[in-house]
Design a protein. Structure first.
Length: 198
């Protein structure tokens, strides 16, 4: 089984480790460059993107992350993790950086105050069967995407799931629902990438 890391600087790391194990990956936390070097793929959890950004710089893992993503390592970001994978943030906090990897512009906390947290059924392209239960918590949306970025889902006319090459991102949190189909889709991407490399 592929080894999939979860960036464990801040956020809902444990839930992703459980979801990945349920999707037949060997899941482990990643904080340091040496740990990053040992995984086949990486999940960036939900949490607070400014905090994750600052801790990634502090732990010396920001540049290694950029290098691995650029080199095609499969990566999946949820919520704050989606923000970390954006090439551009519309409204960054000061000092906030991203890893990048997906040609898109994101808007943080986009769904607004009255609607800070909600659940909605989301149809995700590539996932068969029932709609995915989307858990949105102060979620970003994707304001616009480049030509190479595939839109996988929308909610209320806003893009909430995308893929570009080996990078996948959702505004919502499948790791909180017990439905592991999005993680399984990601683990399939990891298998496909390993097959193409060998
Ligand atoms: N609002 C958070 C941010 O901007 C993301 C929230 C989440 O990951 N649930 O980073």
């Amino acid at each position: 089984d592929p080894v999939v890391g979860v960036l464990a600087l801040q956020g809902d790391v444990r839930e992703h480790l459980i979801a990945l194990a349920a999707a037949d990956a060997v899941a482990r936390p990643v904080r340091r460059p040496e740990e990053l070097a040992e995984v086949d793929a990486l999940v960036i959890p939900g949490g607070e993107s400014t905090t994750i950004s600052k801790l990634a710089v502090l732990f010396g893992v920001m540049e290694p992350l950029r290098a691995r993503v650029r080199a095609g390592m499969p990566v999946y970001g949820t919520c704050a993790g989606l923000i970390m994978l954006a090439d551009k943030i519309l409204d960054p906090r000061s000092g906030q950086e991203t890893i990048g990897g997906i040609d898109m512009i994101v808007r943080r906390n986009a769904f607004g105050r009255q609607n800070e947290s909600f659940e909605a059924a989301v149809d995700v392209r590539g996932i068969a069967g029932d709609a995915v239960e989307g858990v949105f918590i102060r979620a970003p949306w994707v304001e616009s995407v480049g030509a190479e970025t595939e839109v996988l889902a929308e909610h209320d006319g806003h893009i909430v799931a995308v893929r570009q090459g080996n990078a996948l991102a959702t505004s919502f949190h499948p790791e909180l629902t017990g439905d592991h189909r999005v993680h399984a889709l990601f683990v399939d991407m990891v298998h496909a990438n390993r097959a193409s490399e060998s």
